[in-house]
Design a binder for this molecule. Structure first.
Ligand SMILES: [Zn+2]
Length: 138
């Protein structure tokens, strides 16, 4: 099953979808700055390499593309008809990796927030959770 590969046309289309993720990342960065939450981007030293994180105040944000991370119940989380088997396995891997990273971060006392690509209008509410959490610890 692991040897299956998507055909080049689909890969190209998917690469296009992945690019869109950057718009939501920019929006998240803007809101973090508005909330005066200092962050580092793509923190490789933490489980799952969070898109945004702060080690000293222990929070991490993952910005998930709905397609790649297979957002449950989301219209953008479709399974391509061609090579469906490959994609199902790939999405399962991605989701398992995501869940594992979140679990490991929470075990270390991190406040973990996942922002889905389709939740553009909920970014502020989602990130405000970090402020509530850190005010408790202060
Ligand atoms: Zn979604």
């Amino acid at each position: 099953m692991r040897t299956l590969r998507p055909d080049p046309a689909i890969s190209k289309r998917m690469a296009g979808i992945k690019q869109k993720g950057t718009a939501i990342e920019t929006a998240v960065a803007t809101v973090l700055r508005e909330l005066h939450l200092h962050y580092r981007k793509n923190v490789k030293g933490l489980p799952g390499s969070p898109d945004f994180a702060n080690r000293s105040t222990r929070w991490a944000v993952f910005v998930n593309g709905c397609f790649w991370h297979h957002h449950t119940g989301c219209a953008k989380a479709s399974i391509p008809k061609s090579n469906a088997e490959f994609w199902v396995a790939k999405f399962q891997d991605n989701r398992r990796r995501d869940a594992n990273a979140i679990r490991r971060l929470r075990r270390r006392g991190y406040c973990v927030v996942v922002v889905w690509e389709c939740h553009e209008n909920r970014i502020h509410a989602k990130l405000s959770k970090i402020l509530k959490r850190s005010s408790v610890n202060r």
